[in-house]
Design a binder for this molecule. Sequence first.
Ligand code: HEM
Length: 408
Amino acid sequence: MEELRFDDPDAFRTGPPYEVLARLRREHGVMWQPPSPRTPSGFWVVLRHRDIVRVSRSPAEFAAGEGTLLYDLPPAPLRRGALDMLSGQLGFRDPPDHTRLRQLLAPAFLPGAVRALEERVREVARSLVARVAERPSFDLVADVALPLPVQVVLGTVMGMEPEMESRVASLMLRAQAAEDPRLNPEGPLGAIEALDEVYRMGVECIRERRAAPTGDLLSTLLGSRSADGSAVDDRTVLWLWFALLAGAFETVAGSVAAGALAFLEHPAQRRRLEEDPELLPGAMDELLRWGAPVLYFRRTAVRDTEVGGQPIRAGQKVLLCYPSANRDPEVFADAERFDVGRTPNAHLTFGYGPHFCLGARLAELQLRCAFQELLPLLGRLEVAGPVERVRSSWLNRLSSLPVRRTDA
Ligand code: HEM
């Protein structure tokens, strides 16, 4: 079992090792990773689909409030400034706080609100693809996959000016890809500094919007009231603002990039989709299943319990490995096949239960618009150099996908 350490970013340098995961899922289902210098407590990894569903739907037994990544949060009294912003965000909360916060943010992501964004999302996707379409070569990550959610979520949804949009995006990329020396050359301190700067920008933005609301999401949140009628304070709004930054663009970028690579590697599936555009929504589910952009989120056992027959003790960390669940043959027929016509498709890429991704519909919209624009172009492209990945034990995202035109 020592062959795959979930706290070693180099273990995932060529992507999730699906064959190893399949064997571990079969043989162990729930696997113990003993203490290591990186994770002195040791931790469990849940590999089966049904067990991940069981943990995700049981917040009273498996809490998010101790953090959803492997690292430990400092004790509550020490969480100030950027640390308060990080640990207060929606994903790191349990009921009843979680429920209250989610209710504040949810209206912005209801189906009608997302539909209203469709034209803008399409426009962004179209202009990004048009810009690269005639070039002999380009990078699908830097030129399309990353700028799309940055412009849609940070720009359109969060109302940032282009200069702030790109500054915040580069800081968040540094913080989230903290283990990758190319993206975050200064190591853990660099990631903390990046978060500090994001914090200061968030505080400043909130101060400005309080003084002069603009009608954007931040202004709406500042004017909203909790279910009990109380006004929402600046600290709460900062938590919500940061939840969007943390969840919204690395993930979409990762899915667009993984999807583009999947279509380049499976041209018959791309042609099938071009011939039958009605398959598009289901095909996007298949892209999400195939290339889940995060390797795990974590929970912490609140009391002694069990998962899939494996006893788990109170206080132990439990990692939910989504890429493994997405290839579980108990749920997916021919799970190792990329199939744009797959139905049903109960992938767990957006999680499950009370923390189910709030931005799932917006993510799907971005994927649909991106691939409607990209599909005709992908048929004229080939991979032109090494496909690089973010060095991370958490993110499952390409950092570079160089392509060139085959008809240039
Ligand atoms: C392909 C793109 C995306 C993927 C794969 C993804 C994945 C996830 C997952 C797995 C969770 C659950 C975390 C957990 O259980 O601990 C989550 C939560 C969340 N996501 Fe996404 N996400 C994506 C896009 C987005 C977008 C576009 C937004 C917002 C604009 C967003 C906002 C959020 C928020 C706010 C949460 C926290 C929900 C809660 O804790 O109640 N996500 N996401």
